[in-house]
Design a protein around this ligand. Structure first.
Ligand SMILES: [Mg+2]
Length: 273
């Protein structure tokens, strides 16, 4: 009798356990479907905000920029005053908190969310950025801040950069976006007055619109065709959070519906081993 009771007890325990596991499994599946649409931003934002490697890469890029500033300045044959065209966001200012806010609220990027962040005017300088801009100033080279922040954000951007200690915070040094994200016309107007010895940016379109075409090999072929420019005239900074590289995965258009983006991101990845 005692043996029968023990077996019955163990059977109940076993089946309850299975049932528990089943419930647990379905709970996991249920939770997976609830993952927010901004969850994919976590890894990039974590790397950008916390990794020592990210900080080291900024220093590496600015250290290289100093070397190339000296070299290009020495080799320039132009009589025009010298300038460096730099992007602002994720090149000299850190906007990663705006991405973290998207993650925490489960939302995707919107013009409203971005404007709200920019208007807070609290973006911090990236490692080595202020030091580099002052190095350029000491060498007699003008910093031109060419950014796709909107012209309406000029005053708050200048206030933010003044607070962070950047030099050249004058209206004439800023070329912000009024109508188009294409920076070509703004670059050309700088080139009319300056000999631009260096370009800096986290997006390849900060250097040339040629890099906007990402349909062929996600833009990798254009990089290969211009490989000698990187680290000499073009200084690239890391941004794993957003950029044209992401659009490339969405059939190269921002018009792709949000509902399709997760599968398109995964479809763009290879595991060919
Ligand atoms: Mg940028």
């Amino acid at each position: 009798m005692k043996k029968v009771l023990i077996i019955s007890f163990l059977s109940i325990l076993f089946f309850s356990s299975c049932e528990f596991k089943n419930e647990n499994s379905s709970t996991i599946i249920k939770d997976t479907t609830k993952v927010s649409q901004s969850e994919y931003l976590v890894s990039g934002a974590l790397w950008y905000q916390t990794s020592a490697e990210a900080k080291a890469m900024y220093h590496q890029s600015f250290n290289l920029a100093k070397l190339m500033l000296d070299k290009n300045l020495k080799e320039s044959k132009s009589d025009k005053p010298k300038a460096i065209i730099t992007d602002i966001d994720e090149t000299i200012l850190n906007n990663s908190p705006s991405n973290v806010r998207l993650i925490k609220t489960g939302k995707l990027y919107s013009r409203e969310s971005w404007t709200k962040w920019v208007n807070a005017g609290i973006a911090e300088a990236l490692p080595g950025a202020v030091d580099f801009c002052n190095y350029a100033k000491d060498a007699g080279v003008t910093m031109i801040y060419l950014s796709n922040r909107r012209v309406q954000s000029l005053d708050i951007t200048m206030k933010n950069m003044t607070n962070e200690g950047f030099p050249f915070v004058n209206k004439e040094n800023y070329f912000l976006k009024s109508t188009t994200s294409d920076k070509t016309a703004r670059r050309d107007s700088v080139l009319a007055n300056y000999d631009v010895i260096l370009y800096m940016g986290d997006n390849l379109c900060d250097f040339s619109e040629d890099f906007d075409h990402r349909k062929d090999n996600f833009g990798g072929n254009v990089v290969e065709e211009n490989k000698e420019m990187f680290g000499s005239k073009f200084i690239v900074f890391p941004n794993p959070m957003y950029g044209v590289w992401e659009r490339a995965a969405y059939n190269d258009t921002w018009k792709t519906p949000d509902s399709q983006k997760d599968s398109l991101r995964k479809a763009a990845l290879k595991d060919n081993y």
